[in-house]
Design a protein. Structure first.
Lengths: 148, 385
């Protein structure tokens, strides 16, 4: 069964409400109230050279952070799979377990979801505006299902 | 509220933007375009030699999104530099800095433009050192190593300091596994030579040699303990024409004692091409002097480590060269083990590898086994001296 573990170690059962294998995104839903939410940043205004941080569970270590700079962003980045999609290329040291975690700017605002790595020093994230579009569609579908 | 991190982040991004007008895309090979730096407003571009596979029909992508045709003005494979000329002027040349104030630990950015927009990676100066010689024989004024990540397509791009000035040109082909930059002074010297002559001349002797200890009596007579034993002589080479033979031991060339391979490499400089120089050898226990007219080294091409990697979908497809990701089938660390590890004493420099046909055959079978369809192959230099 799919479970979500909160920072206070509370475990909640979760269900997948939408997924996009091509962009490597999934939306989960848990039944809870008063969950803290992340502040949103602006993924469209990211600049190469700008400092960002990735938070995740590399090798199972909870809440570990790695920092680095944005290499570049957009579609058509060289030498990555599914290059026709928009990605943020990152010069930081993500490891297995960072996938699905937040990419945040210097003020801690969410700008992307970490997705994959190309070698030890290069990572990729899905830009927030792409994630937002995906979530909007997922929630609209939920609404249609519920109203039937 | 602007905290320190926010200020740093904004400054880094501003530095990238400040330097980006002089950073161009160079389309001169298949698959991944590379990067170049605008040298002069009238259309000269400096880039890495190994990313420009052809001399004509090169396309330059300018920062404003426009493209212009370009052609090679000259190349120096020994320092992995090439100069291109684009049609039309009105370009923004890069601001070059001597790097005199550079120190280990200072922040630097590597810039690239393999696509439309500029890209950047951040690092620090890892090591600074004396002048050094590349495995291909090029003389570099200063050793400049950083820990910047060479993202695919960054070769030929600038290394910039915190003020956005260009302190060197990045290439992944000079040494593998580390990010080494060619300092501005070397770039300037090579560009000047290429503009004047079209190429950088290197001397050529045509021998494979290794250092050997001389017999004690001879060592005392000559006044040196080691010499260079000739292990092979290239047919038709200056060495053969001058009468050098397999088994001879070179003890001096043009009056300079020869102890190591590097002594010979140093002596085979461009200004000796065409000159008749005395070569002191030991043959059959006797010291003899012969005269050899130094030839000019002809380059046949060079490996392209950026394209020598695996399928783009696998890990390790980065420009800095994931050794584990390459060549595991043949047990070789890269496209060229000598280039990769540098010349060592005892290396045979003429017949150290199979001949052209055998190489091509080997390459075809290896490529078929481990490269995606359409991947270019990488012709290599002969390391003949």
């Amino acid at each position: 069964m799919l479970r979500v573990v909160l920072p206070d170690r509370q475990t909640l059962p979760a269900t997948v409400i939408a997924s996009d294998p091509d962009r490597d995104l999934a939306a989960l839903m848990v039944v809870a109230s008063d969950l803290p939410t992340v502040e949103l940043g602006d993924s469209r205004s990211l600049q190469p050279g700008q400092w960002v941080m990735a938070v995740g569970h590399p090798w199972g270590v909870a809440g570990a952070v790695t920092g680095g700079v944005v290499i570049g962003m957009g579609a058509g980045l060289p030498e990555i799979p599914r290059a026709h999609h928009e990605w943020i290329a990152l010069d930081l040291h993500m490891r297995p377990g960072h996938s699905g975690g937040p990419l945040v700017d210097v003020a801690g605002r969410l700008v992307g979801i970490n997705t994959m790595i190309a070698g030890p020093d290069v990572g990729f994230a899905v830009p927030l505006h792409v994630v937002a579009r995906f979530l909007k569609r997922a929630l609209a579908r939920q609404e249609r299902v519920r109203s039937r | 509220m602007a905290n320190v991190l926010e200020t740093l982040s904004n400054d880094l991004a501003a530095t990238v933007q400040a330097a980006s007008p002089a950073v161009v895309r160079v389309e001169g090979r298949r698959r991944v375009p590379a990067t170049g730096v605008i040298w002069s407003a009238d259309g000269l571009i400096v880039t890495a030699h190994h990313v420009v596979r052809r001399d004509e029909r090169i396309t330059i992508g300018l920062p404003d999104g426009s493209t212009r045709p370009a052609a090679v003005v000259g190349r120096d494979p020994s320092t992995d530099l090439a100069v291109l000329r684009v049609e039309g002027g009105d370009l923004t040349p890069a601001a070059w800095a001597s790097g005199d104030g550079l120190g280990v630990g200072q922040l630097v950015l590597a810039l690239g433009r393999p696509g439309r927009s500029v890209q950047a990676t951040l690092g620090i100066v890892s090591a600074l050192g004396e002048s050094w010689r590349t495995p291909a024989g090029g003389q570099i004024d200063r050793y400049l190593q950083t820990d910047v990540v060479m993202y695919p397509g960054f070769s030929g791009g600038p290394l910039v300091d915190a003020s956005g000035q260009v302190i060197g040109l990045n290439t992944s082909a000079l040494l593998r596994g580390v990010s080494v930059s060619i300092p501005a002074a070397t770039v300037r010297a090579v560009v000047d030579t290429l503009l004047a002559h079209g190429h950088v001349r290197r001397g050529y002797l045509g021998v494979g040699a290794q250092p050997v200890r001389l017999p004690e009596a001879l060592a005392g007579q000559i006044g040196q303990e080691t010499g260079l034993l000739i292990a092979s002589v290239e047919p038709g080479s200056p060495a053969e024409s001058g009468g050098l033979m397999l088994g001879d031991t070179i003890v001096a060339l043009d009056g300079h004692p020869m102890h190591h391979i590097d002594d010979l490499l140093t002596l085979l400089s461009g200004d000796r091409v065409g000159k008749a120089v005395p070569v002191r050898i030991v043959r059959g226990g006797q010291v003899q002097d012969v005269t050899v007219v130094i030839g000019e080294r002809v380059w046949s091409g060079s490996p392209d480590p950026d394209l020598g990697g695996d399928d783009a979908n696998t890990l390790g497809a980065t420009e800095h060269g994931d050794v584990a990701g390459r060549g595991s089938g043949s047990g070789r660390p890269g496209p060229d083990p000598k280039r990769g590890r540098g010349l060592r004493r005892g290396h045979h420099l003429a017949h150290g590898r199979p001949d052209r046909h055998e190489r091509a055959r080997h390459r075809r079978s290896r490529d078929a086994a481990r490269r995606p369809a359409g991947s270019p192959d990488a012709p290599r230099d002969g390391d003949r001296l």
